[in-house]
Design a protein. Sequence first.
Length: 370
Amino acid sequence: MRFLAAALLLALCCLHTSQALCFNGQCQLRQICLRSADCATGLFCSTCVANGDLLPRCHRYTATNVTDVRGGLPFNKYAWLTTHNSFAIVGAPSHTGEPIVTFENQEDSIMDQLNNGVRGLMLDMYDFLGDVWLCHSFGGICYNFTAFEPVINTLKGIEGFLSANPTEIVTIFIEDYVRSPNGLTKVFTDAGLKKYWFPVSMMPKNGEDWPTITEMVAKNYRLLVFTSDMTKEASEGIAYNWRYVNENQYGNGGMKTGQCPNRGESAAMNAKSRSLVLMNFFRDNPVQLEACKYNSAPLQAMLPVCYAAAGNRWPNFLAVDFYKRSDGGGTFNALDTLNAGLLCGCSDINVCKLNLPFGVCNTSSSTKPP
Ligand SMILES: *[C@@H]1O[C@H](CO)[C@@H](O)[C@H](O)[C@H]1NC(C)=O
Ligand SMILES: *[C@@H]1O[C@H](CO)[C@@H](O)[C@H](O)[C@H]1NC(C)=O
Ligand SMILES: *[C@@H]1O[C@H](CO)[C@@H](O)[C@H](O)[C@H]1NC(C)=O
């Protein structure tokens, strides 16, 4: 079978390109592959038919370890890959006995997302069946057919990740429909996450830098939680999202060429009283097979637009659907672009490894990182 598949692929590809077939971890970015095991580390074999390319190629699925490139900076000097509706996963099993009928935005588990370098999670939380659940619903009410699972399962997984990775920092953005008193406090406590909680009192309120990631790790302030419910900052000590984060329009309204307007709840993108900027880039209706297209060139083209809209600030969170889908480097290349701008003022993350002064970007040496 393997031989037949290889022969078929050879016939398909090598009549059109000059590429020789590669195997066993030897295939580089965008080279034609038969299976993921043929791709080099950090790449997997997938297609982007939406871009008119029928051939499977090696595409990125892991983020650069940015603290390895340059550690010790304030938290707001980094960009973090964020999954929109991280929990709304294709093929997720029903926990109510009724089939799930709603939009799906991701394709692998939240644990896989974290292990691949995702550090921001957008989670919709609802009161449901006497507990707090992750639902992708409407009208503020969770139904059996929009219910994914009790959030405690996911929060315990995040606890496991933070405990196994003592220098990693995770941010949760809650679309918050929980009305039960202290409902969120209870689930975060039960999941063992309170020990990582970044206190609201330590969050910069007027455009100052955040603590450095070194300080955050030393103090174990490694979990940032933002809620969309304004009242919970006073009642439960959960930061009100748009007091700290400027955010552009989500959905199709955030994908119009050349525009990066703020969403209604957010201050203007360039309001410098907020030290963090979040960039949404996903469509109203997520389609797994089309995500590779918009996660590629259109996303890359939007980065400088949002940079300019945010008052010459590179976004700190990049929120996407189907984060692994691209025609090459996709969301990971976009994240590298953001981090290169934030870490060293250059366009290529490899330049940042050279530790030159901020804004010095010697391109002739950048092509050969040490
Ligand atoms: C990222 O790099 C830092 C610094 O080298 C290291 O301490 C950390 O464990 C790495 N993180 C992951 C998830 O590999
Ligand atoms: C929803 O699911 C729960 C748990 O399986 C069940 O007890 C309940 O009857 C279901 N509700 C409806 C309206 O079907
Ligand atoms: C860039 O770096 C190379 C190698 O260190 C050096 O030869 C070259 O003069 C530098 N170019 C600029 C414009 O600084």
